[in-house]
Write a protein that binds this ligand. Structure first.
Ligand SMILES: [Zn+2]
Length: 536
């Protein structure tokens, strides 16, 4: 090791560096100047304005939360508390076909309706450029990357129409996408179980993906079916990658529904084979056996046509309601229906503004309590909440979760929003992944179950997503790279958020630095807002 005496702004001394590349852990000091790492080595005699003692601690690059939905809550919680407390220094939002920009027409109406629940957020943007500028002006505590939701594009141009776009409509969507990427977005996302994203054919998705590919963007996908048709849906995403010549990120990889457990071996093998043929494909995952989504996913997509107002209208009409009920009970082939795949007793209501006392209960229990048929009880809940009820679904097997965790090219995404235990969203339950994704992967799957080494796990959280997205000088601890860093106690780090008490910060994190600025110190937020909006 070379001895350096350069004057640093900050030195972390005495720690064990895991640099994010997968290279073995080594004992080293890290010196920071401004927002960059200036030296890694023996800095015993170096001068610094501030020294942090990192003895018995691991020093790693900041974690990259590769799949999030912070699009709106960023304005509620710019301190990004649930993220920064788990070591996340960069997050990728705009996933599952939904982004907060660009918004026109029905997409704008939807966003206004959504923002209404938080109060005090004025919708004063339309374009991606305006949205990102607003975030920049406000200041945030992590770095922020966003994609363009294909459902948002469709809603902007053709509302919730369940049909092919006209050539003009397709051209408008392509233009909006191109403009949004030129203004800083990193690619296109789809959510092919969610209308109107789900109304798109593969050809439409290829046409849009080509626009993103021309600009060096990525395609991320919540695939069309994660249950009975998991393999076909993985193939669809890989084919889009091949036809459009675009990098493909398969979101929150899993096999949903008991009869599909074990299929991840085959799905991962298919992705691996595609990688070998030269398709640049990866996946991500949150380390839990339950997913979280909207209760509206139990409703067939035709009943969503026209948007939530139309859905509520259909559920209120006796004849149409019966037709929908028939579909929900029988599950048409090819349609992923969590009520059938996982069962009503595995669907837990977590966000229900019409009656908060129902939060934490299963759909099955609520129906029993109300003396109703479960399908009818579900419809009534959707009507009372304008189609928007958040649920947690216990749909996966622990074996599958472990299998996916063990793959080095599967990065880590919380699939959640930035929020805090206090404030406007504290009365809404959430999935524990919101607060616990990263520490859980390290404490359970590395320290306890030994599915992975620390070095591989850290690489999955840092360099893997940074390379996939092309994030400049992030994801590794290296001289000249941005000083996004985490200092934690490997013996103590753990998630504490549970399904019944999700609003809890993890433990074991001493420091989290964003662009060289300590943002967590001894487990507490410093109020720093050193995050940057990262533009493509
Ligand atoms: Zn999703």
């Amino acid at each position: 090791m070379t001895e350096l005496t350069f004057p640093f702004d900050l030195i972390l001394r005495g720690g064990t560096v895991i640099d994010g590349t997968g290279a073995p852990a080594r004992r080293a000091d890290v010196g920071i100047v401004g927002d960059k790492v200036a030296a890694i080595g023996d800095l015993t005699s170096a001068q610094a304005a501030r020294v942090i003692d990192a003895t018995h601690r691991y020093i790693t690059p900041g974690f990259i939360d590769v799949h999030t939905h912070t699009d709106e809550t960023i304005f509620i919680n710019p301190k990004m508390e649930s993220k920064i407390h788990q070591g996340v220094t960069t997050e990728v939002s705009g996933n599952c076909g939904y982004s907060a920009a660009p918004v026109h027409g029905a997409a704008r109406d939807d966003l206004l309706h959504d923002l209404d629940q938080y109060k005090n957020i004025t919708l004063d943007w339309q374009s991606m450029g305006e949205y990102l500028a607003r975030i920049e002006k406000m200041g945030i505590s992590t770095n922020y990357v966003t994609l363009v939701g294909q459902g948002t594009l469709r809603a902007s141009v053709m509302g919730y129409a369940m049909r092919e776009p006209t050539p003009d409509e397709l051209a408008t969507m392509k233009n909006l996408l191109a403009q949004a990427i030129d203004e800083g977005a990193w690619g296109l996302s789809t959510g092919l179980i969610y209308p109107p994203s789900s109304y798109a054919s593969m050809d439409e998705l290829v046409a849009l993906s080509r626009v993103a590919a021309e600009r060096g963007g990525i395609y991320t996908s919540h695939i069309r079916n994660e249950g009975d048709r998991l393999l076909e849906s993985v193939e669809e995403a890989l084919t889009i990658g091949e036809r459009a010549g675009i990098r493909v990120q398969l979101s929150h990889h899993k096999a949903a529904g008991k009869r599909n457990w074990g299929k991840v071996h085959e799905s991962l093998a298919r992705i691996e084979q595609a990688r070998e043929r030269g398709i640049h494909a990866c996946a991500d995952q949150y380390p839990y056996v339950a997913s979280s989504t909207g209760l509206g996913t139990v409703i067939p997509d035709w009943a969503h046509e026209g948007g939530w107002q139309k859905l509520v209208e259909r559920l209120g009409d006796v004849t149409t309601r019966e037709r929908i009920a028939e579909d929900v009970r029988t599950a048409r082939p090819g349609w992923e229906n969590p009520a059938v795949d996982s069962g009503w007793h595995n669907i837990v209501i977590v966000g229900c503004k019409s009656d908060r006392s129902l939060q934490g209960k299963t759909a099955w229990d609520i129906a029993q309590m109300q003396g109703k048929d479960v399908v009818q009880a579900t419809f009534d809940l959707l009507i009372a909440n304008e189609g928007s009820v958040q649920v947690v679904i216990f749909s996966m097997s622990e074996d599958d979760v472990k299998t996916v965790v063990s793959v080095p090219w599967v990065s880590v995404g919380s699939d959640s929003t930035a929020r805090a235990p206090q404030g406007p969203m504290s009365n809404v339950q959430c999935h524990p992944r919101t607060y616990g994704t990263f520490p859980r992967l390290l404490s359970k799957y590395v320290r306890e179950d030994k599915v992975l080494t620390w070095e591989t796990a850290i690489a999955k959280m840092t360099s893997a997503p940074a390379q996939m997205f092309g994030l400049n000088r992030r994801g590794e601890l290296r001289e000249g790279y941005f000083a996004d860093m985490v200092v934690f106690d490997p013996e103590r780090i753990a998630d504490t958020a549970t399904f019944t008490e999700p609003h809890q910060f993890p433990i074991g994190f001493d420091y989290v630095l964003v662009n060289g600025t300590p943002t967590i110190e001894f487990g507490k937020h410093t109020e720093a807002r050193a995050g940057k909006v990262l533009r493509k």
